[in-house]
Design a protein around this ligand. Sequence first.
Ligand code: F6R
Length: 609
Amino acid sequence: MCGIIGYIGSKEAVPILLDGLKKLEYRGYDSAGIAVLKDNKIKIVKCKGKVAKLENLLEKDAPKGNIGLGHTRWATHGKPNDINAHPHNGCNSEIVVVHNGIIENYMSLRERLILEGHNFISETDTEVLPHLIESNYHNDFTLAVKESLKEIEGSYAIGVISTRDPGKIVASRCGSPLIIGIGEGEMFLASDIPALLIYTNRVIFLEEREIATITKDGVEIINSKGKILHKKVINIDWGEEMIEKSGYKHFMLKEIFQETMVIRNNLEGRINLSTKTLQPENLPLPLDRIKEIERISILACGSSYYTALAGKYIFEELTGIPVEVDYSSEFRYRKILLGKKDLAILISQSGETADTLAALRACRKAGSYILALTNVRGSAISREADSVMYIKAGPEIGVATTKAFVSQLMCLYILSLYFAQVRKTLDLSEINKIISELIKIPQMVEIILLKEPEIIKLSEEFHKYHNFLYLGRGINYPIALEGALKLKEISYIHAEGYAAGEMKHGPIALLDKTFPVVVIVPQDKVYTKVINNIKEVKARDTLVLAIATEGDKEIINIADKVIYIPKTLDILYPILSVIPLQLFAYHIADRLGCDVDKPRNLAKSVTVE
Ligand code: F6R
């Protein structure tokens, strides 16, 4: 949802801005631009297209200067073109703004500013900002930004530079993330941590409506009332190597291959591997809270919604607590029926998804206890929750989530085992049995990853089809949804996920030999039911790829192709079955020449509604 980078120091700004934009490109890649301030002039270079195109333009003629802003755009208002690309200028090229978010009242502001004599050239909502700041500018740059933001409705993270006060970047946020990086004699501004890691790991997270005035020697932060704040500097423990491709063709592939590691990270400190018991001291939520929960509501978007759906099966099976699952974007506009005895779990890799944040706030109003599962420390959702369980996936750069998905599943398993222990819905031997199996999952994942060559071959055969149906039943139904989403979002092939038992209530009409079906069919309690579903599919001449349990002798006589996964407990299959589907989608998309890490029209962090 747009990435912002800013630099102020004594080095040339352009290479730093470009490097930052490359790291932020997962947030949007419709267009890119930079602005550099030198000798009381601001030079802007921007274009439609990816950061690589901007880099080409800058190779010929890069503006010199030590203060600058950069932006990579995910278009909301105004189509992607050179003019709508950020940064945006006021009338006199004296005030330049980059913005992430949506200004909802931009039409009325624009009309008013036009009447005041301001001249607009783009179709964006953002362009009102430099004009508004221009009109509120008397002597004080920060004050002009502060007064202008009072008039803004909507969400924003902004960076502003001005020739009227050239040694500063003024920045603020409301609803979109913004981080200040602290260097030696230089300072940075960015939408996300990876853009800063190469320069510093000391950061300050700006909170809602705070305004930062950044010079090369430091930062002064005030709240919306003008009170000076003394904010904590946080040391980030992510290494620079964590945001490189490390020899993999794409981040997505690297991240799939990191799944063994992230599963181990999630076990560490939460489960004692020798006693095979939980370590409650490192798990979230006060005991009293866990005991009094009457209902759980899990809210999320996209793939995180599918982990939430799997969470319903896991929690209900292990704890007996009724669970409702909702898309955050639907939940927030419905009548909220939660209360004080309900636990709201918000799942969000980025911790910034606008709808999930709004759902969190609705749960807060309803008085429910709020637990966030997120990957990003300091993110809005982590800050506003009562408790946080970090999913420990490390930076996820590929736009399509993979390792965060399995990390979220791991957290849901551990959390529900913990609830089962506290509420005594399982006895210790049953908990111990699941834990014993859970700690074998990393080795099982390694075995699945070794099957990559087999999956590459399958991608050769399947990449020519234009439609796919993914089927799963019980706890593997959400994985069918996720498998279909992975394929469609990175390869642009139409794919639908369906509950296997629902297939004959409609989708079966679509099936023929041009419409392959991918079926998740582990040897669990619904195995024979799914086998029957496969037979129904085969009767329509359809090509079937099955994800089945190692040692299943029957499946190869029924399905056309099989990828085997190791045998585990019924409840744990999703964390294994999703991995071949991620690899399958990746290799089809790669074979089709798609930009796997940056699929068209998508952005990693959806900070607008
Ligand atoms: C799909 C994908 C998205 C995200 C969704 C929610 O591969 O990555 O569907 O899952 O945008 O994002 P978070 O988890 O950051 O709230």
